[in-house]
Ligand binder design. Structure first.
Ligand SMILES: *Cc1c(COP(=O)(O)O)cnc(C)c1O
Length: 357
């Protein structure tokens, strides 16, 4: 490191002027943020695009999803207020992040998960970080209702995105995109589950614009899974179903924020099928070496639909949030890859034969 280089301090210290913190706030950080913005020209060629595409690879946060940006602030504020126990409902990544940041802060953590619908890696994280892990015989929306009720008891600090500081922390990803590109993109694509992140990005892009740190604003393009698309349908979905478990949500907490982001930015929220999601999942992994979890590629499946419909002007600058790492959900990866390792005798010729050389 050269003598002038500053180590990355995490999103709270980097963007403190935009966040609800003071000099005495006890910052709880795992040095999240500063994730790469990866150009993916081979993927663009494969889908027949005529534009520049960059992935905001949030899989490289400390617990391998974007949830860390909001969680650093939520746990910091919980600690500042003297809370002892943080709780959340989760489709998996919020619980992984809450468990890690609570451990970092020396707080107790309890997480409520929909029974049997958690990707294996995410469950491993919550258990490993010592969270009290509770399976609910119900879906995410039911778990979140219980969390709201627990919050009203005053015994616990809720760190779901119904806690407004989560959104505040998450908006820093939009700041980083503008810092890297020198301006906002023309379009920003991302998956929509509880709709906190689309709300957060739009707030981030607007605040940077208002502060004179970017000149333009993107159109916000949100993507739900067809079996869990309440915003697209205009009503809650009682039994949401999709392979993309991170967006398997029937009644989004930030519904209004998402609707405003789309209306103000002249963007859209639409849906893609599980087949379209799994196609994009494999294509990205095999054309670019970027592994994302299924929910994270819903916006790439959406981008492919937009190209087919002629909705993306040539030469556009497009960014997509890759919200979580593909290793979170190894079961789906192994199933979708469709291959198993071959076993051969321990000889050179057998290996050459197996490679087809
Ligand atoms: C939480 C999550 C989402 C959905 O984000 P919302 O803010 O709930 O819309 C999408 N992808 C992954 C990997 C997530 O963990």
């Amino acid at each position: 490191m050269s003598s002038s280089a500053q180590p990355w301090p995490g999103v709270i210290r980097r963007y403190a002027q935009f966040l609800p913190v003071t000099e005495t706030t006890p910052v709880v950080t795992l040095l999240e943020g500063n994730t790469p913005l990866i150009p993916v020209p081979r993927f663009v060629d494969a889908i027949g695009g005529k534009f520049d595409l960059f992935l905001k690879y949030e899989a490289l946060n400390p617990t391998c999803s974007f949830k860390d940006r909001g969680m650093t602030l939520a746990v910091t504020k919980a600690k500042e207020r003297g809370a002892k126990v943080v709780v959340c409902a989760s489709t998996g990544n919020t619980s992984a992040s809450a468990a890690a940041y609570a451990a970092r802060a020396g707080l107790r953590c309890a997480v409520l998960l929909p029974k049997g619908k958690i990707a294996f890696g995410k469950l491993a994280q919550a258990l490993m970080h010592g969270a009290t892990t509770i399976s609910i015989e119900g879906n995410f929306d039911e778990a979140l209702r219980i969390i709201r009720e627990l919050g009203e008891t005053g015994l616990v600090e809720v760190v779901n995105s119904i806690n407004p500081v989560r959104i505040e922390g998450q908006k820093t990803a939009a700041f980083e995109i503008c810092d890297t590109l020198g301006d906002a993109p023309d379009f920003h694509f991302l998956p929509v589950g509880n709709a906190g992140n689309i709300t957060a990005y739009w707030r981030g892009f607007k605040e940077y614009h208002a502060a004179g740190l970017s000149d333009t604003l993107p159109k916000m393009m949100g993507w739900q899974a067809a079996g869990a698309a309440p915003i697209v349908l205009g009503h809650p979905v009682e039994h949401p179903e999709t392979v993309a478990t991170a967006i398997r949500i029937g009644n989004p907490a930030s519904w209004q924020g998402a609707t405003e982001a789309v209306a103000e930015s002249e963007g859209a929220i639409e849906s893609v099928t599980d087949d379209e999601i799994l196609h994009a999942y494999k294509l990205l992994a095999q054309t670019e070496g970027v592994m994302a979890e299924p929910a994270s590629v819903a916006p790439l499946a959406g981008l492919m639909k937009c190209i087919a419909a002629g909705r993306i002007p040539a030469g556009s600058l497009i960014t997509v949030t890759i919200t979580g790492h593909g290793l979170k959900d190894p079961d789906t990866a192994i199933k979708v890859s469709g291959v198993t390792p071959q076993t051969v005798v321990a000889e050179k010729q057998a290996v050459l034969d197996a490679i087809g050389l």
